[in-house]
Design a protein around this ligand. Structure first.
Ligand code: ZN
Length: 627
């Protein structure tokens, strides 16, 4: 989800001044006017503020033959006095009936379907109504669901299903108040075919049972986009008492080995940001069609198998998903316009966790790679594009369009700048208090900036002058005070690269100490006019075409396309057939579409690969390859 396709976003800049400016003049007034619950979520029809949907009981069956989920969603609600209807979000969903708790039929109506938002389900309430039961079935176009044939799994024997509910896709498989600001607890009973295991973002089973009926409990309040389900031939391997790995048997051992550090990683994260509040932390390694790097479903991160490099070099992705246990899952962006509050904090935390585990030089590499990603993204979208703001206005747009590199990389850099300005100790104290005080709540950009001002920056007026909050949050492009980090490891790589480009031989490169990040920097920075001879030389010595590291392979294939190094094409095609991670697909297809020959190749590859991609990825790649 990190990398998606950007349409032209029209952003009406309604926020010309930030709370910071306002608060300089009238602090007392601000205390009265900034209300963290006063906001509009344009991406939901639901009315949770009036009806308080507190708990969901889900009772569903998963039918692989029909590729359908059916059952009932029972909502416990607590309507405000006089409220006569509850509105839930649905999209491409069949509603069969709606009953009250006593079994009587409730009046309901489905509103007109909007292409992005779906159809609002209006259910009439009686004065005493505290529960409504919605009987429903998912339909073919449920964008949250990816149904895999056995051939698309590692084991090749059993089908697989997983959900991806973020941003507004939970409404395609559960009729729900699908707004990140609406939190609820849930329990579920899920019936699946014999021989398969079901898992959710909840207390999970660790073994299959004979009847295929699994029950789940999530006792912490979460927003709908964090409700998740996976069904497949899945087994469990414990790492320690509170962490473990789920995967298909074919990759379980490999996955458990790669992730045997997650127990320690949770301890590291706790030492930085306070108690982990979700009980267990497990990771589910998915089949390779999974469209994103990872999804921070509470208690159970969903992860791409493309991080299985064999040397733990890409496990910072797990640090990222784990960090969401604080930023995103504990304190949640109130609307998708505030998405940077989820991802900027999380990317910053990811780097801090990795720094604590592997040292400053390692973290500096991550920061440098972030900077490169950010500069590339801003170059692609244009430095004056409203999409390059941290706070974006996605009204009337698909919120998935906000999932660019900006909230991640610009957001984390902004927080890094604050850290550098106020000092790490003060900043860390602020963060711990911030998460503690707002645990299990949603957060708007305005409220956060106000809180930041009152609880940290107001201590020293010079700090605000140094940071320029408005420029960072509401301005476009990359601010001049970007906190660039010098990095001795990459500087050493740069020296060698220069010598290689100036006529050196690949065999003379001293790469023994290089890890994946150094290689990513090297391959990513090689000039696009590198000669075929140089490409051949590198490949002969390092076999980059067959790299087992997905990040390095992806960068190498991109360079191969740019330099017309055709030797790498067969391996690239194989990579594109099985890998569904958009971050990798997007640049490769985009690059191919730039030339006539490339277009032909892209279309040929895509025809074979498309069925393996997630519906959302298909939608995004269609825009590049077909439309
Ligand atoms: Zn994230």
């Amino acid at each position: 989800m990190k990398k998606s396709i950007l349409a032209i976003c029209f952003i009406t800049s309604l926020l010309t001044t930030s709370c910071q400016n306002k608060s300089e003049d009238k602090e007392i007034e601000i205390q009265e006017t900034i209300d963290n619950s006063e906001y509009t979520d344009w991406h939901s029809y639901s009315n949770p503020k009036e009806t308080n949907p507190e708990h969901l009981s889900l009772d569903i069956a998963v039918d692989f033959d029909k590729q359908q989920i059916s059952g009932v969603a029972k909502w416990k609600i607590n309507p405000e006095k006089g409220v006569d209807k509850v509105i839930l979000d649905t999209r491409n969903m069949q509603i069969d009936s709606v009953l009250y708790a006593d079994g009587n039929r409730a009046n309901y109506a489905l509103g007109e379907a909007d292409e992005i938002l779906g159809a609002a389900l209006h259910v009439s309430l009686l004065p005493e109504t505290k529960e409504i039961n919605v009987y429903y079935k998912t339909l073919e176009d449920a964008t949250a669901l990816q149904w895999l044939e056995p051939s698309q799994t590692f084991g090749k024997k059993a089908p697989f299903l997983y959900t991806q509910s973020e941003s507004i896709h939970v409404r395609t498989w559960i009729p729900s108040p699908d707004s990140p600001g609406a939190r609820f607890t849930y329990d579920a009973t899920v019936k699946v075919p014999e021989g398969l295991l079901a898992l959710m973002s909840a207390e999970n089973p660790q073994e299959k049972n004979e009847n295929g009926v699994y029950t789940f409990q999530m006792n912490e309040k979460i927003p709908g986009y964090l409700v998740a389900l996976a069904v497949g031939d899945i087994e469990f391997s414990a790492v320690d008492e509170r962490t473990g790995v789920y995967a298909e048997p074919a990759i379980l051992e490999m996955s458990a080995k790669e992730l045997d550090g997650i127990g320690k990683m949770v301890n590291t994260a706790e030492s930085l940001y306070g108690k982990y509040r979700w009980g267990r932390y497990d990771v589910l390694m998915l089949p390779s069609g999974f469209p994103i790097g990872g999804m921070e479903n509470p208690r159970l991160t969903f992860a791409t198998p493309t991080i299985l490099a064999g040397d733990k070099s890409l496990t910072n992705l797990i640090a990222h998903e784990l960090a969401h246990s604080w930023s995103g899952n504990l304190v949640t962006n109130a609307t998708w316009n505030d998405f940077w509050l989820n991802e900027g904090f999380t990317t910053y935390f990811e780097h801090r966790i990795m720094e604590a585990e592997r040292g400053e030089d390692y973290a500096a590499m991550l920061w440098n790679l972030s900077e490169r990603t950010l500069r590339g993204a801003v170059e692609d979208m244009g430095a004056d594009s409203p999409s390059s703001q941290l706070y974006v206005d996605l009204k009337n747009q698909d919120p998935d369009l906000g999932f660019t590199d900006i909230p991640y990389e610009k957001g984390s850099a902004f927080l890094m700048l604050i850290e550098q300005t106020v000092g790490r100790k003060k900043w860390d104290n602020f963060l711990i208090n911030y998460f503690d005080e707002h645990a299990f709540q949603s957060m708007t950009t305005d409220y956060f900036l106000d809180y930041l001002d009152k609880n940290l920056l107001s201590e020293n007026e010079e700090w605000k002058k140094t940071i320029h909050i408005d420029t960072w949050v509401f301005g476009t492009g990359i601010p001049e005070n970007y906190p660039h980090l010098e990095n001795p490891l990459f500087q050493a790589v740069d020296k060698q690269m220069e010598a290689f480009i100036q006529g050196g031989k690949a065999a003379d490169l001293k790469t023994d100490s290089w890890g994946a990040q150094e290689w990513m920097h090297f391959v990513g920075d090689l000039p696009t006019n590198l000669s075929i001879e140089k490409m051949e030389d590198l490949d002969a010595v390092f076999d980059l075409t067959n790299s087992k590291n997905s990040e390095i392979a992806d960068l190498w294939y991109l360079l191969a396309l740019r330099t017309n190094y055709e030797v790498a094409y067969p391996a690239m095609k194989e990579f594109l057939y099985v890998t569904g991670r958009e971050k990798f697909l997007d640049p490769l297809y985009t690059e191919m579409m730039k030339t006539e020959n490339g277009k032909k190749m892209a279309k040929e590859i895509y025809e074979i690969a498309r069925p393996n991609y997630h519906p959302l990825t298909q939608k995004a790649m269609d825009k590049i390859v077909i439309e």
